[in-house]
Design a protein around this ligand. Structure first.
Ligand SMILES: [Ca+2]
Length: 158
C-alpha cells in the first residue's frame, strides 16, 4: 500500500459486501433526473409514456440499465435506450391493462456488482367509452339511451 491507495480486483457478476469510504461510493452507478411523462393514461391501447433518467458510473464499468415493465405487460428487464449519459424508453400501454398505480423499477448494475435502483409510478385508467346510441327528438336534440351516462342531450347540427 502506497500513497493511501489500493486496488481490489473483483470477478464479474459476484456480489461483494465491502466497507467503502464516501469517495469509493462514486464507483457505483448513479441515477438522477428520473422522470415519467405523462404519469397517467388510459388502457385503450393508445397511451404512451416515456421514462428518462441520467445514469452515470464514474469508473465506467456499468452494464446496460434496465426497467421493469412487467406490471404493464412488458419485460422485467427491458433495456433503456442510451444517448450519452441519458437513458430513456417509450412504451405503449397495452389495451385492457388493469387499472391502478403501477411502479416501474429502474436498475443499474456494474461489473463489480455495485447496483442502484430507483422507481417511478404511472396510473392506468380504464377507458369507459360513452354510449353512442340515442333517440333523435323532434327538437333536433339526441337523447342517449344509456341512463348511466351524463350525456343526456346532444345538439345535432346539419
Ligand atoms: Ca462502477
Amino acid at each position: 500500500m502506497a500513497n493511501n491507495s489500493f486496488q481490489v480486483k473483483l470477478p464479474p457478476m459476484t456480489v461483494y459486501h465491502l466497507v467503502l469510504s464516501e469517495t469509493d461510493l462514486t464507483v457505483y452507478p448513479y441515477i438522477t433526473d428520473l422522470k415519467i411523462t405523462p404519469a397517467i393514461g388510459y388502457s385503450d391501447g393508445n397511451a404512451q409514456f416515456t421514462v428518462s433518467a441520467t445514469i452515470t458510473d464514474s469508473d465506467n464499468d456499468m452494464r446496460p440499465p434496465t426497467i421493469d415493465l412487467s406490471s404493464v405487460g412488458g419485460s422485467a428487464t427491458t433495456p433503456l435506450v442510451r444517448n450519452g449519459d441519458k437513458y430513456s424508453i417509450t412504451y405503449t400501454v397495452p389495451a385492457n391493462t388493469a387499472s391502478g398505480l403501477k411502479t416501474f423499477e429502474i436498475s443499474a448494475v456494474d461489473a463489480a456488482g455495485h447496483g442502484v435502483k430507483s422507481n417511478v409510478s404511472y396510473r392506468v385508467i380504464r377507458d369507459l367509452p360513452l354510449p353512442i346510441s340515442g333517440t333523435v327528438m323532434p327538437s333536433g336534440q339526441v337523447k342517449a339511451n344509456d341512463s348511466m351516462t351524463r350525456l343526456t342531450r346532444l345538439q345535432v347540427r346539419s
